[in-house]
Design a protein around this ligand. Structure first.
Ligand code: ATP
Length: 471
């Protein structure tokens, strides 16, 4: 356990760590957090490997990255962003080049709300002058849409905070999200796929059929809710769909077109038909691995027939068929039935897996390990004659620290049993912050003023000494 001392200061350990300007922000070293241990195959039934007690590395890394992405910020003044836009502050640009909506440039920022302290994604339409106030009503209808595959919209407003007349749409923020375009059609995605193709010795670049069914199921489910609510998405394209986890999609940018091209809802039926067509084009593009495939449908269908099931092809044929009043999302739900059951099963399995991971972490492995260390080094009879543990020795402060954390009493001499105090102290110790505390001896005759950092160093060195004696 020696090297698992987890003493890298991280935002995950102390959320206020980066917010305090006294502590300069450092990148998370999640890869060094708990080194991967070698695989052991010949364990006895009663034996467990150390890693089996903790969250799997890939899941841990993913969650750390998300936490970091949520916390990270750039000083607004340095990058020329406003300090505050409406109730949102700490703006941080999420893309390096602008997108485009109807000829208007758009930018996406992460920002923190002054109202609830949460992070949101602000999509800004540059240089837009709102002519009809009624257009904003569309946002109200979209706010009612609550679906696991739709990025929820919180509000929309106009602002001059950027020095122009901008329109801002505020969405839930999904840390580390990438677009479906980035995941499947960007040059990096193609390079990754080529490498995978070489690794498995295949000469086709197929998106697995199960992945396609998963995407189709999620999008159908979202469209069903949207269309039933009397709305149309109008942004069903790879760059407007977020991937927020493995195969986990969320339709983004809802309500933007409804506001930019406000028509009072009179073209709803046409837009809903267009959603189904865009859906069909998207599936063809994904199956054929090319955004151009829609322009050569005969050869695209030949490709799909060769590599995918007839059921999948039928869904695509239906989505791309001529718009008719009878063509609707309910029919798509019926058509996707074969893939639906599989998707439900997969998602149940995934929930089971996560639940079992959660139960393992219930006791919070990090603090347990820290307390184990304290337990190992405190009150060891072998140390009784060691001058470093005597009242004048450098390790005396570990004893006093233990009393400070666990053995405090109030003015009436009643023990203070305060878990929050214990957790706060241990988190600060784990992060090794510079904050100083006053440690008082039991007879109250002497006191030491030390920082958590010093206590941490002292515990590490005592623990390392102890571990080295085992060899
Ligand atoms: N709600 C959100 N939560 C987290 N990240 C988001 C959110 N919305 C957008 N992003 C991030 O912002 C980036 C830009 O989003 P945007 O919708 O502008 O896509 P884009 O790829 O730039 O599309 P285009 O340039 O074609 O308009 C995305 O790559 C995504 O990583």
């Amino acid at each position: 356990m020696g090297d698992m001392s987890l003493m890298q200061p991280t935002a995950a350990m102390d959320p206020y760590y980066y917010m305090n300007s006294a502590y300069p922000r450092q990148p998370l070293q999640y890869h060094m957090y708990a080194p991967l241990l070698p695989h052991i195959s010949n364990l006895h039934p009663h034996q467990k490997t150390l890693q089996s007690f903790f969250i799997p590395e890939n899941l841990r890394e993913q969650l750390f990255k998300r936490n970091e992405a949520t916390i990270v910020s750039t000083p607004a003044r340095e990058v020329g962003l406003p300090l505050e836009v409406h109730v949102y502050h700490s703006l941080c640009l999420l893309e390096d080049k602008p997108g485009s909506f109807f000829g208007h440039s758009s930018w996406v920022y992460k920002a923190t709300s002054r109202v609830d302290g949460k992070s949101y994604a602000l999509l800004r339409i540059e240089g837009f002058r709102l002519v009809n106030e009624l257009a904003m009503k569309a946002v109200e209808s979209w706010r009612q849409i609550k679906h696991c595959s739709v990025v929820s919209i919180r509000e929309a407003f106009t602002t001059r905070a950027f020095g122009d007349s901008s329109l801002i749409f505020v969405y839930d923020y999904h840390p580390c999200a990438m677009t479906l375009f980035d995941a499947h059609f960007s040059p990096q995605a193609h390079t990754a796929m080529m490498a995978q193709r070489q690794a498995i010795g295949s000469n086709t670049m197929l998106v697995p059929e199960t992945t396609l069914w998963s995407y189709i199921t999620q999008i159908t489910s979202a469209l069903k809710v949207i269309h039933t609510a009397g709305l149309a998405l109008r942004t069903l394209e790879p760059s407007k769909i977020l991937m927020t986890g493995k195969n986990r999609l969320r339709l983004n940018c809802s309500s933007i077109f409804d506001v930019l091209q406000y028509d009072g809802g009179q073209n709803l039926a046409r837009y809903q038909q267009e959603d189904l067509l865009s859906f069909g084009k998207l599936v063809v593009a994904l199956a054929c691995n090319s955004l151009q495939s829609y322009h050569n449908l005969p050869s695209s269908f030949e490709y799909i027939s060769r590599f995918y099931s007839p059921e999948l092809k039928n869904v695509v044929l239906y989505l791309l068929s001529k718009p008719l009043p009878t063509k609707n999302i309910d029919e798509v739900v019926t058509l996707i039935a074969p893939g639906l059951l599989h998707e439900v099963n997969c998602s149940q399995y995934y929930t089971d897996t996560l639940e079992s991971e959660l139960s393992r972490e219930l006791e919070n492995g990090r603090l347990v390990r820290l307390m184990s260390k304290l337990g190992f080094v405190n009150e060891r009879p072998e140390f009784d004659d060691d001058p470093r543990w005597a009242e004048t020795g450098d390790r005396y402060l570990i004893k006093l620290f233990r009393d400070y954390v666990f053995h405090q009493v109030n003015n009436n001499g009643v023990p203070v049993v305060d878990m929050a105090h214990v957790l706060t102290c241990l988190n600060k110790l784990d992060a090794g912050v510079d904050e100083k505390i006053m440690l008082v001896s039991r007879d109250e005759q002497s006191c030491l003023v030390v920082s958590y950092k010093e206590v941490k160093n002292c515990i590490s060195s005592a623990f390392n000494d102890l571990s080295s004696t085992r060899k």
